[in-house]
Design a protein around this ligand. Structure first.
Ligand SMILES: [Zn+2]
Length: 605
């Protein structure tokens, strides 16, 4: 039975390029899980987009002295290029600056208002008399009134992680040239999270068996300790989504209120682009669909409290208003938030250039080499560290030595001695050691799959690597390279067995290492592909043109009427004796030890 799996990945702000910490935090784990479910034949929808609103983006544009629209589009274009080159296969990667997203977000707002979860309240905000504007959120910095850290933003302190009340900030100052600040009264809409607290807490408790402890602690733990408090969901800003209420000109929806709605609006946009405008409902009003949200630990509150509260608070009213249907929307199934990745022992900092930037790294290293290190070192339960010497060592000693060399030496040897074909061996004639190895390897579809189902990606990759080690041990014992000199039939059995094992391991490694597994798939003589491909497309609407990244599934020779589950590739391959192979070549490159020093001297410059 194929399942409907929604893979929702954090929306990157259009104020910085994407670095390895962002990749291993959300985009890569989401892609790995999506690829696994695609191989299994599940119905996967993977969406995200560029967060083009909010003060991080307007501040950046201010600093550059350029129009916001131009700045966000430039970063957006860089994101699309990175995802294509790194093989992050979004069904749709769009932006928040689209007519569609405006409409979906405003409908959500109105549904919450209708259901009495919104109220208005006057409060004091920092105002610049010189530039005659309010300065929300990141525009104002000062000393945190809770932990006394310097550089706290008026809405949040990164040091203690608390949400702050702007007017209590100590020594507030504008980050832009807006001169002296004063407090002025302004009115805003608030989402009454306290009313939704029982529902949100119940929702989290129901998921306590499969959610990460780190995520539960930051969500349910904090709610039980402090409760949920109402939060303002509008801002005094021009750039963003207008508040859909008369008399509220010059104010827009708070970026965090609307960015999370992007998962829903991107699904709607994807359905329209595929010319099946109702297709998004398969994931959004389907109680059996499972929605996974891949985010970093700094966004846990918004995905475990704010977004579920919006979805539950909207109730049937959203669908009623949006398409005149009576259904509730699907809440998250899991939010496997990752911790942070540091770099050479220090926090990654874009402004200090203490970072490994995704696009830059891809000019020197193959995507699968990067994907391997970013997975085996993924900060699933605690912060990890990108260490250049370790990157080189793991590439050479694990990826290349255990897996790449295994595939290459077996395929090359077979290609040379059996005229480019799989040896003609009947599976029934295999020896006990051969049968045993294949049973162990094929058990990986269960053991690696179980870890992937639980979003334990490091463990899943380690298990696949352990199995590759089992094939190496088998070959050390059977030694077909010597067997062939005395007993070609025995060597044929060993090589046939090793090829079958490699053919299965190729599928297990594929979610992690899609580029090299696709090449290996071709070396093994398959004519079809494991995965489809990404492509970009311009989309026009009332706000102009935005370019989106889409995904074209692989052509399937025997698709016809077959269900996706029937086409599952998450199972042992079909390789049989006599099957022609393609000329093999090495899958991975050895890296020189000097690479680490070369990379380290560039940091922080
Ligand atoms: Zn603080």
């Amino acid at each position: 039975m194929s399942e409907n799996i929604l893979i929702a990945i954090a929306w990157p702000y259009a104020n910085s390029e994407i670095h390895v910490g962002n990749i291993t935090g959300s985009h890569l784990p989401g892609d790995i899980v999506a690829r696994y479910h695609r191989l299994k034949g599940d119905n996967v929808l993977m969406v995200s987009g560029t967060d083009s609103h909010g003060t991080p983006v307007t501040l950046k544009a201010d600093a550059l002295g350029r129009p916001v629209e131009e700045v966000y589009k430039e970063y957006h274009a860089g994101f699309l290029e990175l995802f294509q080159r790194l093989g992050i296969h979004y069904d749709l990667f769009t932006t928040t600056h689209t007519d569609n997203h405006f409409k979906v977000s405003q409908t959500m707002f109105l549904a919450l208002q209708q259901n009495c979860f919104l109220y208005t309240k006057k409060s004091n905000q920092w105002y610049s008399p010189a530039s005659r504007r309010f300065l929300p959120d990141r525009y104002v910095e000062g000393t945190c009134y809770i932990c006394n850290a310097e550089g706290a933003r008026s809405d949040q302190c990164d040091n203690c992680g608390n949400v702050l009340e702007p007017e209590k900030l100590i020594n507030p100052r504008a980050r832009t040239g807006d001169g002296a600040l004063e407090l002025r009264e302004t009115e805003h809409f608030f989402l009454d999270l306290s009313k939704l607290e029982p529902e949100v807490a119940r929702f989290l408790r129901q998921r306590a068996d499969h959610m990460r402890d780190t995520v539960l602690g930051e969500s349910l733990g904090k709610i039980e300790e402090q409760g949920l408090k109402p939060r303002p969901i509008t801002r005094d800003l021009d750039w963003g989504i207008p508040v859909p209420v008369e008399g509220w000109d010059g104010k827009c929806l708070y970026v965090w209120f609307e960015a999370v709605i992007g998962y829903l609006s991107a699904s709607v946009e994807w359905a329209r682009l595929t010319a099946q405008p109702d297709a998004w409902k398969e994931w959004w009003i389907n109680p059996s669909a499972r929605a996974y949200y891949f985010i970093g630990k700094d966004n846990i509150f918004f995905h475990t409290a704010m977004w579920p509260a919006e979805l539950m608070g909207a109730g049937k009213e959203f669908m009623q208003r949006f398409c005149e249907e009576q259904s509730v929307l699907t809440v998250p199934y899991d939010v496997p938030a990752n911790q942070f990745m540091n770099l050479e022992g220090q926090k990654i900092s874009g402004s200090r250039n203490w970072a490994v930037w995704g696009l830059d790294a891809l000019t020197r290293y193959d995507p699968d080499a990067l994907r391997y290190y970013l997975t085996i070192n993924m900060p699933e339960m605690r912060d990890t560290d990108w260490d250049w010497a370790e990157f080189v060592a793991r590439n050479n000693n694990e990826l290349l030595a255990t897996w790449g060399n295994l595939a290459n030496r077996v395929l090359s040897f077979c290609y040379r001695h059996w005229n480019g074909r799989v040896p003609e061996v009947d599976r029934a004639s295999l020896r006990p050691a051969d049968v045993e190895l294949l049973a162990v390897i094929e058990g990986g579809f269960e053991s690696v799959g179980r870890e992937l189902d639980a979003v334990h990606l490091r463990a899943a990759l380690q298990e696949a690597m352990r199995l590759a080690g089992e094939v190496n041990k088998y070959l050390d014992t059977s030694a077909p390279w010597f067997e062939i000199k005395t007993d070609k039939d025995a060597a044929a059995k060993s090589i046939f067995t090793a090829l079958k094992a490699i053919d299965s391991l190729k599928v297990m490694f594929a979610p992690f290492l899609p580029f090299t597994c696709e090449r290996l798939h071709k070396f093994l003589g398959y004519k079809n592909s494991l995965f489809g491909e990404g492509y970009t497309q311009p989309v026009q609407d009332g706000l102009g043109t935005h370019v989106v990244l889409r995904y074209r599934p692989p052509e399937s020779a025997d698709a016809g009427e077959a269900s996706p589950a029937a086409l599952s590739q998450w199972r042992p391959g079909q390789l049989e004796g006599g099957h022609p192979l393609d000329q093999p070549a090495p899958l991975f490159k050895k890296l020189e030890a000097s690479v680490a020093e070369q990379e380290r001297v560039k940091l922080g410059k």
